[in-house]
Design a protein around this ligand. Structure first.
Ligand SMILES: [Ca+2]
Ligand SMILES: [Ca+2]
Length: 273
C-alpha cells in the first residue's frame, strides 16, 4: 500500500464505479483519507469497501522567493522555489517555472531559475513542484517590470533664465546657465542649449543653456560707448530730441547705423555741426 499518491480504491460494487478526486492543485496538503475498514457508504449508487488509510498527499506548495520583486526593463530576476517536505513524503522530482510573459516554461531538477523580462507590466511567476508520484503543487507570485524612466528635453531657445529654469524643473532635468555676449539676439533669452529638444533622456540629466547678454557698448559704433539699450541717440550739437546724445563717433559700417548718426556715410557720426 503506497503512503501517498492516488489511492487504490477497492470496489465491492458490481459496476466497478470510480471515485473521482479533485487533486486541488496548489492547496497545501490536500489529503483524503478513509478510516480503516470503512465501507465508505453509497457512492455512485454502489456500495464500496474502501481500503484502509488510502491517502492522497500532494507535495506542499513551494515558497517562492523572487529577487528583486520589481525593476526596470530589461529586468532580470532570480526565482527560488523552496519546499519543505514532511518525513516520508515523496521527494520533489521536478521544478518548473512559468514566468508569465509567454516565454517557454522550464522544467528542471533544481529549485533556482533566472529570467529576464523585456516588456513592461505585472507578471505572475508560477513555480510548480512535482514529486516522484507525479503529483504537483504550485505557487504564484507577482513581479512588476517598470519602463525605464525618461523625460523629453524641452526647447529652451528664446526663453528667459527663469523660464528655462522652470521648464527644466517641470521636465525633471537639471540646468546649467552660461552667458554669451551677443547683440543680434534678444537680451536675456536662451540662445542655445546643449541637448536637442525632443531627445529622450533620464530624469536628472543636466542641460546647459546659453543666455544672451548684450554688450555694454553698441557694436555698431566705435570711439564712444553708446548703450545699446537706449532707444535713440542724437548728436550733442544737433537738433535731435534724444533721449541720449553723443559727440563724434566712428561708424565702421555706414549701412549699420541704427541711430542714423552718419547721414553722409563717411564713416563718422555727429561729425558735422
Ligand atoms: Ca531722437
Ligand atoms: Ca558723417
Amino acid at each position: 500500500m503506497p503512503e501517498s499518491g492516488v489511492p487504490p480504491l477497492e470496489s465491492a460494487g458490481r459496476d466497478g464505479a470510480e471515485l473521482n478526486v479533485d487533486r486541488g492543485l496548489g492547496e497545501r496538503g490536500a489529503t483524503i483519507s478513509y478510516p480503516p475498514g470503512s465501507t465508505g457508504g453509497r457512492m455512485y449508487g454502489d456500495l464500496h469497501t474502501v481500503a484502509p488509510t488510502a491517502t492522497i498527499a500532494l507535495p506542499p506548495p513551494p515558497v517562492v522567493q523572487v529577487s528583486p520583486g520589481a525593476g526596470l526593463v530589461p529586468f532580470t530576476i532570480a526565482a527560488h522555489a523552496a519546499v519543505s517536505l514532511d518525513d516520508g513524503a515523496a521527494p520533489i522530482d521536478a521544478y518548473s517555472f512559468d514566468f508569465g510573459d509567454a516565454s517557454a516554461i522550464t522544467s528542471q531538477a533544481i529549485p533556482d531559475a533566472t529570467h529576464t523580462y523585456s516588456t513592461v507590466g505585472w507578471f505572475n511567476i508560477t513555480a510548480t513542484v512535482t514529486d516522484t508520484n507525479g503529483l504537483s503543487s504550485a505557487t504564484s507570485v507577482a513581479v512588476r517590470v517598470h519602463a525605464k524612466p525618461s523625460t523629453i528635453v524641452p526647447d529652451l531657445v528664446g526663453l528667459s533664465t527663469k523660464g528655462a529654469k522652470y521648464t527644466l524643473k517641470d521636465a525633471d532635468l537639471k540646468g546649467r546657465r552660461l552667458v554669451k555676449v551677443l547683440f543680434d539676439w534678444p537680451e536675456g533669452a536662451v540662445y542655445s542649449q546643449s541637448l536637442r529638444p525632443g531627445k529622450l533622456v533620464s530624469p536628472g540629466t543636466r542641460v546647459t543653456y546659453t543666455i544672451v547678454d548684450w554688450p555694454r557698448c553698441h557694436p555698431a559704433y566705435k570711439g564712444a560707448c553708446l548703450d545699446p539699450h537706449v532707444t535713440d541717440y542724437d548728436c550733442i550739437n544737433g537738433e535731435g530730441d534724444g533721449p541720449e546724445f553723443t559727440g563724434r563717433v566712428r561708424v565702421p559700417d555706414p549701412s549699420n547705423d541704427p541711430y542714423d548718426l552718419d547721414r553722409d556715410g563717411d564713416g563718422f557720426g555727429c561729425d558735422t555741426a
